[in-house]
Design a protein. Structure first.
Length: 201
């Protein structure tokens, strides 16, 4: 009777999904996965969605269904009309690449810090003026693309990325020379791309 109960417990946990955790695919396996370009098609097999491309869909908001794709590693929402990045972005813990370029974002929520597997964060051509301190939690990030935004200062916490962040693009932003120096001091080993410095008042 004792062994029968133990077996029942094992079967319950094996098939209930309670202890199952999403696994990140390596770059080779990921390259072989289909890139979905239709949300409706993706919703038919939500657990098998690793790459989703919804660029140029005239979206004004991110569909809530996107946040149900727990295995999602690449998400492209560029060239839309999205004005708000909701806190649910933090649910996509497997995300490695997020592209929100050419939208209407003016801020990034603290929950971005829960996307700890992000390697590439592409936010160019928005109107973002500040980054949350939680950006410092993205310890795997190698590229932060923010050219064409309104950034003038970085949170001190971004200094946590000094050993991993390789490239930070801040072109097409008028940033005073002393503020540029402050940024470089936070990330001395990161390759920065600035436009010509501005010493105007």
């Amino acid at each position: 009777m004792k062994y029968y109960i133990i077996n029942l417990i094992f079967i319950f946990f094996a098939f209930s999904g309670i202890s199952v955790k999403a696994q990140l695919l390596d770059s080779i396996a990921l390259s072989q996965e289909k890139e979905f370009t239709s949300l409706q098609e993706a919703l038919k097999t939500p657990d098998k969605i690793y790459k989703l491309n919804l660029r140029k869909k005239k979206l004004k908001a991110i569909p809530q269904e996107v946040f149900t794709f727990k295995n999602l590693q690449e998400l492209n929402l560029s060239k839309n009309r999205i004005s708000h990045l909701p806190k649910e972005i933090g649910l996509l813990k497997n995300l490695e690449e997020l592209n929100l370029s050419l939208n209407k974002l003016d801020s990034i929520p603290p929950e971005i810090g829960k996307c700890v597997n992000i390697k590439k964060l592409i936010l160019n051509q928005n109107t973002i003026a500040a980054l949350p301190p939680e950006i410092g939690n993205l310890s795997k990030m190698v590229l932060l693309d923010m050219w064409g935004n309104e950034i003038q200062k970085l949170p001190d916490e971004i200094g946590k990325l000094k050993n991993t962040l390789k490239v930070f693009d801040l072109r097409v932003i008028s940033i005073k020379e002393d503020l540029q120096e402050d940024m470089v001091n936070l990330l001395p080993d990161t390759k920065f791309f600035f436009s010509l410095s501005c010493n105007c008042n």
